[in-house]
Design a protein around this ligand. Structure first.
Ligand code: ADP
Ligand code: ZN
Length: 203
């Protein structure tokens, strides 16, 4: 995709579970664009300030300067129209509006590179990645290593906590699992056991 001539726009999607190298791959592609002297702008959602406010950060601690937006639609307000390459990390926190925004940016000649979780903690497709996959010119699916068995893993296992769709965390709450080792019902169970244990202890 890097060597298309002229400024025809396009959309690239990098998706997979947590710890699969999405941010590393996004940063690698954006660095190459910078080396090619392209104007690059990077956005991440306000919800994800786990490691840094003004940077995207990989689990291996690669970093790149980024701007924070509240939703996908805010990217249109913040984009410098001279930018040639637009990177978006944690797209799964950007909402449905990112689909239209990505299309408009690509239609206006920009290279849009989007990274995000393709499934949620229950293994369900995570908005807005499915639509972006359908509309993209290029798709990369990254897999993590299942921490249980060492096979390639496509799932993000939530280890404890709420049933909310979005609970921001890292290795403290989530781990990578393969299809066989994935246990989608486990957070609820763990929570109940924990409460039962506490009640028993209080008696
Ligand atoms: P993502 O953006 O998909 O969450 P990152 O790019 O932030 O992933 O981090 C990928 C890095 O995480 C790997 O290069 C590796 O150093 C580290 N890592 C930690 N746990 C795992 C795992 N279970 N499988 C693969 N990589 C892991
Ligand atoms: Zn496994």
């Amino acid at each position: 995709m890097e060597f298309v001539s002229g400024n025809i726009g396009w959309i690239e999607v990098i998706c997979g579970p947590m710890f699969s190298g999405k941010s590393e791959e996004l940063i690698r592609r954006l660095r190459r664009a910078m080396i090619a002297r392209k104007r690059v702008q990077v956005f991440k959602p306000v919800i994800d300030t786990r490691y840094a406010v003004d940077e995207i950060v990989s689990h291996g601690d690669l970093r790149m300067k980024s701007e924070i937006v509240n939703s996908g639609s805010e990217i249109l307000d913040r984009v410098d129209w001279r930018s040639e390459v637009i990177g978006v990390d944690e797209a799964n926190f950007m909402g449905e509006s990112l689909v239209d925004v990505a299309q408009r940016l690509a239609d206006s000649g920009k290279q849009v590179i989007i990274a995000g979780l393709d499934t949620d903690y229950l293994g369900r497709p995570f908005v807005p990645i499915p639509d972006l996959l359908a509309l993209a010119e290029s798709i990369t699916k990254t897999l993590a290593i299942c921490v249980r068995c060492g096979n390639p893993g496509k799932h993000t296992q939530r280890l404890r906590g709420a049933e909310d769709l979005i609970v921001v965390g890292a290795a403290d709450i989530y781990e990578a699992r393969c299809r066989r080792c994935f246990e989608p019902g486990i957070p609820k169970q763990t929570e109940l056991d924990f409460l039962k244990g506490r009640k028993a202890g209080a008696q």
